[in-house]
Ligand binder design. Structure first.
Ligand code: NAD
Length: 460
């Protein structure tokens, strides 16, 4: 029997971060992961490989289409897809090895295999090695898996999920993407830039549900200009392989024939085979593990964080929860501010949000003032040649406290950090507007939008 203070199930951004923090706080920690490499979906087959491909495909696209505008002439630009995929794999390996190194440094004991809760304080590991673990606390951080769609026959090759779309052996002639969410738009962009015809079928009358509507509408126009064919109100009812091709059926439209299909209609909490029944945990109506504000489940000593619980399925949200959970366990304090969790779509331009959207504020009956600033009025954006998009700051009408910031534009994913910090510190739009921003930087667009809340923007 292996004894630990805490056993973490899952080594994704929720689990591995929690394991390291708990070890820093002096606990004897074990982490069980079924995959041979650490890092979870995010590092292995999610955020990291997709960002590597987004970066590489953007460089290819720039070399072919944009550098000439900068006076850089290139002859014979060619795609070496195998090299691109290899580089992506190297980025992933370096990072997953990095987590291994961090586990060693922090003396987190790693077990490889499927973890199953056998009762209070008891976890068994089934895999190449078998183990029985006893621990006072169990933290579930098993993440999520791609949601299936009725009628869509995944064959793990031509009709697949994001995992397959990170490794297509050739650029598909025609790729049909089901779902215009984070994954559909990011990976759709990658293969479009590399030369595929990409059709995105979205069930709703908008893209990116949950994001600020004005931002999403503007982004839709920009994606259409890039040649992504996005069909709204398109409900997919079936997809299957026929010979060398795929056929996708949708309501009220002709079936589409294509080379590959990417199913990206959301993700579901992953709890299969975890043995939750052994400690009496029941899932909610969406298959999530119910937890309280300390991330405690209904079972004494069992906690859960990340995609298996409520809230957005985002790596950084899971990490924050992992830290808060173990800090609460050890110190009695631990907190996540759900109003300050940014969301980023790494398309071009990037789309980033933190806090409330205009729609949410209206729904909640909160009076707000709004300031916007276009990147067209930003000197740095002009120099980069990336002027599409804008920044929007939403502030409480009475107190001026910043309630939400939404950015569509170059490096929006990096720019949003300033807004998250501002919300975390309870800043007003005037605080942001009076903070000196270096010139010429993209961040000046945030300052301008904050100035615009008080009707005193200088540059627009
Ligand atoms: P998503 O929830 O972002 O988008 C799914 C889309 O599919 C929605 O727009 C939905 O309306 C649409 N849809 C549902 N059923 C459909 C049907 N029958 N036909 C056509 N469209 C349909 O989900 P996702 O893009 O699969 O991403 C999964 C999760 O992974 C998300 O929760 C996201 O937070 C996370 N993720 C985050 C990032 C990032 O942070 N950059 C990147 C990738 C994934």
């Amino acid at each position: 029997m292996n004894q630990h203070d805490l056993v973490v199930i899952g080594a994704g951004p929720g689990g591995y971060v929690a394991a390291i923090r708990a070890a820093q706080l002096g606990l004897n920690v074990a982490c069980v992961e079924k995959e041979p490499s650490l890092g979870g979906t995010c590092l292995r087959v999610g955020c990291i490989p997709s960002k590597a491909l987004l970066e590489s495909s953007e460089k290819y696209h720039e070399a072919r289409e944009e550098l000439k505008r900068h006076g850089v002439k290139l002859a014979g630009v060619e795609l070496d897809l195998q090299a691109m995929l290899k580089r992506k794999n190297q980025v992933v390996t370096a990072l997953t090895k990095g987590v291994e190194g961090l586990f060693k440094k922090n003396k987190v004991s790693r077990y490889q295999g499927n973890a199953r809760i056998e009762g209070p304080g008891k976890v068994s590991v089934e895999g190449e090695e078998k183990a029985e673990i006893e621990a006072k606390h169990i933290l579930i951080a098993t993440g999520s898996h791609s949601a299936p769609l009725k009628g869509v026959e995944l064959d793990g090759d031509r009709i697949g999920t994001s995992t397959e779309a990170l490794d297509y052996p050739e650029v598909p002639g025609h790729l049909v993407v089901i779902g215009a969410g984070y994954i559909g738009l990011e990976l759709g962009s990658v293969w479009k830039r590399l030369g595929a015809k990409v059709t995105v079928l979205e069930y709703l009358e908008r893209i990116l549900p949950g994001m600020d509507d004005e931002l999403a509408r503007e982004a839709l126009k920009l994606f259409a200009k890039q040649g992504l064919e996005i069909q709204l109100g398109a409900r997919v009812t079936a997809a299957r392989v026929e010979g060398n091709q795929c056929v996708v059926e949708r309501e009220g439209g002709e079936p589409l024939r294509c080379d590959r299909v990417l199913l990206a209609v959301g993700r579901l909490p992953y709890t299969e085979g975890l043995g939750l029944e052994s400690v009496g945990i029941e899932l909610d109506e969406k298959g999530r593990i119910p937890v309280d504000e300390r991330f405690a489940t209904s079972a004494e000593g069992v906690f859960a964080v990340g995609d298996v619980i409520r809230g957005p399925m985002l790596a950084h949200k899971a990490g924050e929860e992992g830290v808060a959970c173990v800090e609460h366990l050890v110190t009695g304090f631990g907190h996540v501010n759900y109003d300050a969790i940014p969301g980023v779509v790494y398309t071009r331009p990037e789309i980033a949000s933190v806090g409330k959207t205009e729609e949410q504020l209206k729904e909640e009956g909160i009076e707000f003032r709004k300031g916007t600033s276009p990147f067209l009025a930003n000197g740095r954006a002009r120099s980069l040649g990336q002027t599409a998009g804008f920044v929007k700051v939403l502030a409480d009408a009475e107190t001026d406290r910043i309630l939400g910031v939404h950015i569509l534009g170059p490096r929006a994913g990096d720019l949003i950090a300033e807004a998250a910090v501002a919300i975390e510190f309870g800043a007003s739009s005037e605080d942001l507007a009076r903070s000196c921003h270096a010139h010429p930087t993209l961040a000046e667009a945030l300052k301008e939008a904050a100035l615009a809340v008080g009707q005193r923007a200088i540059h627009s």
